[in-house]
Write a protein that binds this ligand. Structure first.
Ligand code: CUA
Length: 156
């Protein structure tokens, strides 16, 4: 088959773009530890506060790290401030009681969508310090007011 040079150039360019896309996903997952939301654990958004998984919100600390359970709603995170151990794995479990929100821990790789009906979960570590958590999905007129605070503390 005789393929003109001009067409060959475009075929190779298209193939190169696909390789770049595949590499960017691989690098994001493997090196930067970015993960897509799992979206496998479901929850009734109207009964979040009665659900045993979210009835008690806040931080549970163990010797190996911590778990943060948090609910997102228009226009706040509950609880609005959490203290976690620095340097240890911290697992976040999040859900929304109303609309889709975002959960971004500014300056870290902690960033996920919080979708009603689903539990979003991810694990990351923090250097000691105070971090701002913002909602980065437009969720209504008070979207810009929706924030929380995370303090990563060195164990005494
Ligand atoms: Cu919640 Cu924007």
């Amino acid at each position: 088959m005789n393929v003109p040079l001009y067409e060959k150039i475009w075929m190779w360019a298209a193939a190169a773009i696909i390789v770049v896309f595949a590499l960017s996903v691989t690098v994001g997952y493997g090196i930067s530890a970015l993960q897509p939301p799992s979206h496998v654990e479901t929850i009734d958004p109207g009964k979040v506060f009665n659900d045993p998984r979210f009835a008690q919100r806040g931080v549970t600390t163990t010797a190996n790290g911590a778990t943060v359970v948090m609910a997102a709603m228009m226009f706040a995170f509950n609880p609005a401030e959490v203290h976690v151990p620095a340097g240890k794995p911290v697992t976040f479990r999040l859900t929304s009681v109303d609309v889709t929100h975002g959960f971004m821990i500014v300056g870290t790789n902690g960033n996920t969508m919080v979708v009603p009906g689903y539990v979003s979960q991810f694990t990351t570590r923090f250097a000691p310090g105070t971090y701002l958590i913002v909602c980065n999905e437009y969720c209504g007129t008070g979207h810009h007011l929706m924030s929380a605070k995370l303090v990563a503390e060195v164990a005494p």
